[in-house]
Design a binder for this molecule. Structure first.
Ligand code: SF4
Length: 79
């Protein structure tokens, strides 16, 4: 399985906490009320992508850490 890189775009994140509720081992809110990554170790790719899909702001990006291939979001959801 690919090693994942997960980022949160703080220009988009509004602190809805949905990602924290879905995957509290991966996401937490920082002191500004925006989501940051704790770790992506031992989290399967589909769980991360499913959570990213729930973000109302499409702020979570999931990439292959080695190749840079973007697993989520698809290009049409980038804004
Ligand atoms: S679900 Fe999206 S908008 Fe809500 S806290 Fe997470 S990254 Fe931010």
């Amino acid at each position: 399985m690919s090693k994942l890189r997960v980022t949160v775009n703080h220009n988009k994140c509004v602190g809805s906490q949905l990602c924290v509720q879905f995957l509290p081992a991966v996401f937490k809110l920082n002191e500004k009320g925006q989501s940051v990554i704790i770790t992506t170790k031992e989290i399967d790719q589909q769980s991360i992508i499913s959570t990213a899909e729930q973000c109302p702001q499409c702020a979570i990006k999931v990439l292959d850490a080695d190749t840079g291939e973007v697993f989520f979001p698809p290009a049409e959801l980038e804004f």
